[in-house]
Design a protein. Sequence first.
Length: 342
Amino acid sequence: MTDLTLALDVMGGDYGPRVTVPATLQALHLYPSLHVVLVGNQPEIEHFLTQAESSIRQRIEILHTTEVVSMSDRPVHALRNRKQSSMRLAIELVRDGKAQACLSAGNTGALMAIAKVLLKTLPGIDRPALVSCLPAVNQKPVYLLDLGANVSCCSETLFQFAVMGSVLSEAVDKNEQPKVALLNVGIEEIKGNDQVQQAGQLLQQSPQINYVGFIEGNDLYSGNVDVIVCDGFVGNITLKTSEGIAKLLVNQLEKGLTKGFFVRLMAKLIAPRINSVLKQMNPDHYNGASLIGLRGIVVKSHGSADESAYLQAISLAVTEAQRRLPKMIEERLESILLDINN
């Protein structure tokens, strides 16, 4: 891995530096070429760096600020009035070329608004979208977008999300003609609201997009499609519901493995497989969503992420920076949009 620098809004999220800084130290051990700029309250940050090895400490820079975007801040208020916030300063580092990517566990709406203004969107894209990879029964990556950056979307925006998702799957997974579907209340062509219906019509008229129609919520993890598109309201509820169910299943499975001698014996015999299943079901293993459609790389972590989950988000930011994803999307997007417009 060549040297790269991440800008981390360490004040964002429910726990701030007591989670974000220790997770960052773990990441610096995992990635020897990684450098970080920790943006936030310096005394708070330094408190969690006292035990850091000198070789690790040399790869850490602190950008001090006491201003934080709160979870209750409206996006417009954060954009206009939080100009010295840890979130904004982290994004500015990407804009100014001092970091290859930034990560925040803070207010999603504010992150989207600030990133859109500072970094700008790619040509042909009106709004960035949060996208994450879902687990599937056939082990294939399935991308879901939008996950909450845009609560309501017109048909044109949904169409753009579909194009970006298709390009993402094609570029990252080398997947020729990825299957794209719209999340809907039924698979029949007559189902859904006007926005979904019109987006479907736009996609049917786009030969470079392998649009396969509507998909229902019970087919999310089947792996039958590669990209699933919806507005941020539906996507966020879908993601949070899925995470809640996964945590319930993990909890019930763990409880069940402690009951009865025979069950405990079997659990010991198949422990590696059980641990693998538990890891796959744990939503923290998939923490981190990319805000695609921007000219720079921005990754969003869950606000409630613990150290392990935040580390996953840092790993995603590292991966996205190595891929140079915006450039990959822009190049492929230009060809698709030219074909559509002609």
